[in-house]
Write a protein that binds this ligand. Structure first.
Ligand SMILES: *[C@@H]1O[C@H](CO)[C@@H](O)[C@H](O)[C@H]1NC(C)=O
Ligand SMILES: *[C@@H]1O[C@H](CO)[C@@H](O)[C@H](O)[C@H]1NC(C)=O
Ligand SMILES: *[C@@H]1O[C@H](CO)[C@@H](O)[C@H](O)[C@H]1NC(C)=O
Ligand SMILES: *[C@@H]1O[C@H](CO)[C@@H](O)[C@H](O)[C@H]1NC(C)=O
Ligand SMILES: *[C@@H]1O[C@H](CO)[C@@H](O)[C@H](O)[C@H]1NC(C)=O
Length: 238
């Protein structure tokens, strides 16, 4: 079975090109869910309060500065400058947890926080974000079971959870998502059973369920994790 989990399917076409269109494609009026800039700023401030980081980055994240929300570091708004559509905090040495309040940012289409040291369970509230297209949480220490209600995440195109500490069973509902084209659950501790439904993804062009350990091909390895081994993880089921 471990050999099965080592399987890596890589097709010629990548769907990531779609993502360059993200901010504008989510700028329709329907993406504006009526939250004031001030309210959205206060949600982000709460989220930032659970971060620990050495990066001199978050000073812009204060409620006093809410009028300039769309130019806060790591934050991008739609064209109307009224709704946050993107949160991008890659490789910033952030540790701590991700606050479930993130799901209150109803207009968000892209969350990209790879290469940090986030830990604890990833908030399952994220499954309420029906407009979410991209979730990149690769190279962190998130754990838990990924028991999200994927049925509401109808717009999800990319889920990159590579190299975290997730465990439990692989979720069948993922294979039912109509637009999911890139799924990377590799480098986690999911159990040995690959659901039969995983042969029936609708739109997939990249799928990886590889086990922790030496990668069959070289992938990203941020410096601050390079020295860590998965072998010491208590959840390791090999
Ligand atoms: C990362 O953050 C930790 C504390 O959170 C700090 O001790 C460490 O020096 C930081 N590393 C870098 C490369 O900034
Ligand atoms: C998940 O990570 C948190 C924070 O590191 C830890 O306290 C908790 O015990 C972990 N949970 C499991 C089930 O491993
Ligand atoms: C996720 O982020 C990492 C680090 O920036 C990047 O290498 C990777 O390609 C991203 N994943 C996707 C699917 O775009
Ligand atoms: C998941 O979400 C769908 C759609 O909102 C809902 O009908 C269903 O009851 C939810 N399932 C669970 C287990 O919460
Ligand atoms: C894997 O998960 C499934 C579903 O939760 C469970 O029935 C099965 O016993 C698990 N297998 C292993 C090897 O832990």
């Amino acid at each position: 079975m471990a050999a099965l989990l080592g399987a890596r399917l890589l097709f010629c076409f990548s769907c990531s090109l779609l993502l360059f269109a993200l901010p504008s494609s989510s700028s329709t009026p329907s993406s504006f869910h009526g939250l004031s800039l001030r309210k959205q700023a206060s949600i982000l401030v709460s989220i930032g309060q659970s971060f620990r980081t050495s990066d001199p980055f978050f000073p812009s994240w204060t409620l006093l500065n809410h009028a300039a929300l769309c130019s806060w570091n790591g934050v991008r708004c739609d064209e109307t400058k009224r709704a946050v559509v993107e949160l991008e905090l890659p490789n910033m040495n952030i540790s701590g947890v991700l606050c479930p309040k993130i799901a209150e940012l109803k207009s968000i289409a892209s969350i990209s926080i790879p290469g940090n040291s986030f830990s604890g369970e990833f908030p399952s509230s994220v499954s309420a974000l029906s407009g979410l297209k991209l979730l990149n949480i690769s190279n962190n220490h998130f754990n838990g079971t990924l028991e999200w209600n994927f049925s509401r995440m109808v717009g999800l195109e990319v889920l990159d959870a590579y190299n975290n500490d997730f465990f439990g069973s692989l979720h069948v509902a993922l294979s039912e998502l109509p637009t999911l084209c890139h799924l990377d659950l590799g480098g986690n501790y999911f159990n040995d059973t690959i659901p039969a439904e995983y042969s029936e993804f609708r739109a997939i062009s990249y799928l990886s369920l590889s086990r922790p350990g030496p990668e069959p091909e070289t992938r990203r390895q941020p410096e601050h994790r390079a020295a860590e081994g998965k072998a010491t993880n208590p959840n390791h089921k090999s």
